[in-house]
Every structure is written in C-alpha cells, then in structure tokens.
Design a protein around this ligand. Sequence first.
Ligand SMILES: Nc1ncnc2c1ncn2[C@@H]1O[C@H](COP(=O)(O)OP(=O)(O)OP(=O)(O)O)[C@@H](O)[C@H]1O
Ligand SMILES: [Mg+2]
Length: 222
Amino acid sequence: MLEAIIRLSNIKKTYDNIEYVLNGVDFQSGKGEFVVIQGKSGSGKSTLLNIIGLLDTYTSGQYFFEDRLINPQKNYPHLRANKIGFVFQSYHLIESLSVKENVLLPFLYSDSRLNSCTLTTIESILDKFNLSKFERKKVSLLSGGEKQRVAIARAIIKYPDIIIADEPTGNLDEENTSTIINAFQQLARAGNAAIIMVTHNSQIADCGTSKYLLSEGKLIRC
Ligand SMILES: Nc1ncnc2c1ncn2[C@@H]1O[C@H](COP(=O)(O)OP(=O)(O)OP(=O)(O)O)[C@@H](O)[C@H]1O
Ligand SMILES: [Mg+2]
C-alpha cells in the first residue's frame, strides 16, 4: 500500500445511544488498494462506508482523511465532491437526465470548471464503459447494467482519491458484474485511487487486494 489516504482509529457509531453498530473499528487504506468488506445484513457495512465517505458522522474515535482529522460536528462538502466517488446498488442517478449529464453531475457540486480536457475525458470514459452510443439517452431508458456503468463513469470522472462502492453489483448479471469489477481492478492497479467495496458475493470478494469481515462492530482482516 502507498501512503494511507484514510485512517480510522477506534471508530464507534451508535444511532440510539444504546447499541453500537460500530464498536472500535481500526482501518487504513491507500491508493492502489481494492478493499472488499463483507458481513451479515445489518452488521454495519453501509454505516461504515457512509462514515468513510463523509455522508454520516461517527460517535467517537478518530478519522483522518489525508491526515486531516475529520470533525463529526462538521460537514465536508468540498472533500466529498472532489476527493470521493460513490457507487451504490440502486445507482443514485437522476433518471430524467441524459447519460452525459449524469456523468457531468460532479462538476455541478464543486468549484472545478468544465473545460475541453474534461470533455475529452468524458468521451474516453463513456467509450471505455461502452456508453458512447447512449450519451444523449435518458437514464430512465437504460438497463440496470447500463445504469451502473454510468454510475461508475460518474464516480471516476474527477479522478477521486477514494471510491466507495456499496453492493455495486447487487443488481447486475455476470457480464456487467465483471465489467464493474475489472474497472475497479484496473483503477487500483493504476494506483490512482483506493477502492472500498462492500459485497455479499463471496466470489467477487476475492477479486480485491484485501478482504475484511465486519462482525460485532469490528472490522477483521481475513
Ligand atoms: N439512519 C439510521 N438510523 C437508525 N438506525 C440505523 C440507521 N442506519 C442504519 N441503522 C441501523 O444500523 C445497523 C446497521 O445498518 P447498515 O445499513 O449499516 O447494515 P449493512 O451491513 O449495510 O446491512 P445490509 O447488508 O442489509 O445492507 C442496522 O441495525 C440498522 O437498522
Ligand atoms: Mg448496506
């Protein structure tokens, strides 16, 4: 692993001040890693990913994002928009917009401008995911596999340092699953990002560079 991008130390999370969903998670990851996390339903996997992705806050412990201590009382829209790419099982795309408009959404939420370089990048990413022919098509008219390819294209368009994927292949057939997993493996190999993926599928769990189990509030390396 290259230098750690994220470091979690003794992270705890409770929603009701009674039960701890996360109860002392220690974890770190850097560019070039493709981390796969498994665990039973309700074990806290999405909770952990949401904390890592700065979509939710933690109750106690310490979380460093690129050496910056994340304060659970604060919001970090800039970090989220510029450094983190998200892929969810249910895609989270805007159905009424076209493929290209969806992929360009991250630029709406950040300071970075669209320029000719970005437009070239988007063409090559659409091409890579076999989406060029759908560029102007509304997302509502696509299949699940096509939608998830759009979601990945959107997640990587700004070259984030970390990509968070919560059950990204949960709704996909084998072929689309392979496309998504291959894309993550390539990104990790290129050393451009750390990929943190949750999956229920133990076959694809072995496609990463490291594997963890979330159980009883702890993250255990397998
Ligand atoms: N916003 C919330 N408010 C209250 N409780 C929550 C909230 N989000 C999650 N929980 C609870 O935290 C626990 C862990 O939920 P989480 O969604 O993180 O599990 P998971 O491992 O992702 O499960 P799955 O595999 O089914 O997606 C569950 O008991 C859930 O009910
Ligand atoms: Mg979940």
